[in-house]
Design a protein around this ligand. Structure first.
Ligand SMILES: Nc1ncnc2c1ncn2[C@@H]1O[C@H](COP(=O)(O)OP(=O)(O)O)[C@@H](O)[C@H]1O
Ligand SMILES: [Mg+2]
Length: 423
């Protein structure tokens, strides 16, 4: 508990205000014990345990504040993270912290939560090794961000953004969107990116990028104890300057009945070293597939304009919203618009009935997508500019949280403005 801590770094004087796109790293497998004084804070910490970033932490909430903690740790070891609510007067809290310091394990971090907004009180607490002080009221996400900040490897900057792409049916183009999105992020946005093909038996990422890697994601999934940054580095195939691929074996010599946590280790390692990870999830609803989608920072759902997709969008959005209470809803991409002679559900119905505004709609273009596929090239490589490459470019900025997507609505004044510019 008594560690030298940097005052400026550890105290969040303005309270837990989050940038809308801040990536908060998931907490490691730590024990967390909170001693609350008010039911309000106890409820906030209980609520935080339902967040995806807390899935691995073991959290216990007690009442009674610092005095109860003092009593509990006379006999029991202290947890990795101790949370104390202090509505008592500051002098009494300092007194409790001094007494607790005698009992605390050296590795135990302490977060204090209280109503007092006073710099000299902060300083006294920091001197005593408190890692963070949160001013009430605290939100579940504010608490998670504070706790995560204490355990993230080397600051929030090094935490990679994980973007999961899932389809509402097989063949809707989820992999196509995932691959082209990863390309646009890596090449157009110049963000170092890894694409992970989670379709172990049938994944096409290696074909789509014209790669023939000897190893790939299966070696990482089947050797969870050996996974580290070096191993994952050796498994990556380079697709371009900023883009690497963790390919699927696409061999049927074994079956792939994966455990729920199969991809945890490899995603953790990638998050620590790569700014952006695109997860191409096959069309299944297994424990591991749900876990990967729920754990991502951003989820993109790819649908076709038909009834089955319509129903599945509703269900996927519902399941993910419930499992990700503190996250924005997934983003919807409707693909293969305008297949010749095929009746379609109008896009406006997605927006009206499901109250989900598609973020992008991609036209069906058999020639363009077919020749990209046959040549092992991405759409942006086939066509520098045009409607489809522009959509992927916009998707990339939106998925990175860089700017909201702008709809390609041509203004009535556009032809006049064009003429004026020419003249
Ligand atoms: N907008 C599109 N126009 C034409 N063909 C497309 C389009 N999007 C995807 N495809 C094609 O559809 C097929 C299935 O795509 P894929 O990405 O493998 O689907 P999923 O991963 O959802 O199963 C591929 O042959 C792909 O080239
Ligand atoms: Mg696929």
């Amino acid at each position: 508990m008594r560690e030298a801590l940097n005052f400026a770094e550890s105290i969040d004087i303005d309270g837990p205000e989050l940038a809308p796109d801040a990536v908060i790293a998931p907490l490691p497998r730590i024990s967390v014990q909170a001693f609350c004084e008010t039911p309000g804070l106890a409820a906030v910490i209980e609520e935080s345990t339902h967040d995806r970033r807390m899935a691995r932490a073991h959290v216990k909430v007690h009442m009674g504040g610092a005095p109860a903690a003092l009593e509990a740790y006379q006999a029991a070891p202290t947890p990795n993270l101790l949370v104390l609510e202090s509505s008592a007067d500051p002098a009494q809290m300092i007194h409790h912290l001094d007494a607790l310091a005698e009992l605390c394990d050296a590795a135990t971090r302490v977060i204090v939560v209280g109503p007092v907004n006073d710099v000299s009180f902060y300083r006294e607490m920091i001197k005593r090794g408190v890692s963070d002080y949160l001013i009430l009221p605290v939100t579940p996400l504010g608490f998670i961000q504070s706790a995560s900040g204490l355990y993230a490897a080397s600051g929030a900057e090094s935490v990679g953004r994980a973007i999961a792409v899932v389809g509402t049916k097989g063949g809707v183009g989820a992999s196509t969107v995932a691959h082209n999105l990863a390309w646009a992020i890596a090449v157009a946005q110049k963000v170092n990116t890894v694409i992970v093909d989670l379709d172990l038996g049938f994944g096409t990422a290696a074909l789509d990028f014209d790669q023939d890697p000897p190893q790939g994601v299966a070696d990482a999934v089947f050797a969870p104890d050996r996974i580290d940054a070096n191993l994952v580095d050796r498994l990556l195939a380079k697709c371009s300057d900023n883009l690497s691929l963790l390919a699927a074996p696409a061999l049927l010599d074994r079956v792939y009945d994966l455990q729920e946590t199969a991809f945890d280790a490899v995603i953790d390692v990638l998050r620590a070293s790569t700014p952006c990870i695109v997860l191409d999830i096959p069309h299944v609803w297994t424990s591991w597939a749900k876990r990967v989608a729920v754990g991502a920072d951003e989820v993109i759902v790819v649908a076709e304009p038909d009834l089955a997709s319509f129903r599945n969008v509703k269900n996927i959005f519902g399941a993910l919203k419930q499992a990700r209470p503190n996250d924005r809803p997934p983003k919807l991409v409707v693909n293969k618009i305008g297949v010749p002679k095929r009746p379609e559900l109008p896009l406006a119905d997605f927006a009206k009935v499901l109250e989900i505004e598609p973020m992008a709609s991609i036209p069906f273009d058999a020639a363009l997508f077919g020749s990209a596929l046959n040549n092992g090239r991405m759409i942006m490589e086939m066509q520098g500019t045009g409607k489809v490459p522009d959509i992927f470019a916009q998707l990339a900025t939106a998925a990175l949280g860089r700017q909201p997507i702008v709809k390609n609505k041509t203004s009535l004044l556009a032809p006049i403005l064009k003429k004026l510019r020419r003249g």
